[in-house]
Design a protein around this ligand. Sequence first.
Ligand code: SF4
Length: 378
Amino acid sequence: MDISITEDEVNVVNVLNNEPMLCKVPFNQILVTPNADVYLCCGSHIINMPPSAGNLLRKSGREIWNNEIYKKFRMSFADGSFRYCNTKTCSAAAKRHDPSSRFMIHTVSEIENDETLRDSNFQDYIDAPESFDGSLRGMPTRLYLGMDNSCNLKCPSCREKLIIEDHRNGRLDKLYENLRSITKAVEYLEIDGAGDVFASSWYQRFLKNFPTEDFPNLKEIGFRSNGLLWTKKNWYRIHPYFRSKMINALISVDATTEETYKKVRGGCFHSLMENLDFIHYLLKNKEINCINLIMVYRKSNYKEIPQFIELGKRLSASYIVINPLQAWEESAYVINGQYDDEAIHLPTHPEHDAFKDCLNTHGVKNGKDGEMYVDFSW
Ligand code: SF4
């Protein structure tokens, strides 16, 4: 006798057992990838359905935001099943019954009792849960653009060769034209998670002539860069409206010595240090809101983790991220078969004990260090 049950049957059980809980991600934000896909959440966080809700080269953002894929995804929060969220990679979904571990996810009563939560896209569900079909009247308030791979570096942790997109092909113009239909409500904008905005001729034009009319509600910006081209000249070329917002500098550094920087990033270390001093000056002068530094550690640079923390303090960083090397399939380490040799965080790595000794000797751990937060993970 065949006793197998379908995924939908399993989910019927989940629906009956679970209360509705709404995640801010599908209700309030969108994420655009270099292929122009609009992702429902980080790709690795989605299971049982493809992570892309649509493509901005074919449809407008407005059409995608309320299409059948988005509606189906949102309904998995309304019915409490979370059937498309990967609890192995999303700790918020895994710990959703623990209020201290799920700041993205809220119960109905939490939303009803919090003015800010109530006054958001959650309202469409809260006002009429019975007739809610997953569509929203409001547009996203958080926009994460990772749409241009162009970068002045070819870090082996990210790619094998230099990528500079030829913007004369009009691809990003078309993508942006389709995106414009949903930018008016955006309060938080993050650019560009895929490359470096200063290395992209499209972004240089976009930032210089920033379309203020497309972003009337913009308040805060996550500005990602490797810092090498963040010079005074390039910074003040950016439209004053953009620079007047709350700017959070998110800078990937990866090394604290010239020798290691050459190995893991390949750019001019002295220019980087000079530019970091300039960015620090912007912070002191209140022209930017905060500095966050990022380091991807591996065999080639782990010994510099303690100095990296010191660098963060010298630059008055608010937050530093120290994450292990990921096995991205586009990275040179993976392509050239060097990933296992660099992945020092793996207990099977021959130098793993030496790595742990280094952390213990210098007291490296996750948590507050003075005014700065160290986000360290294995
Ligand atoms: S619960 Fe986690 S995986 Fe699901 S949408 Fe929210 S952040 Fe993404």
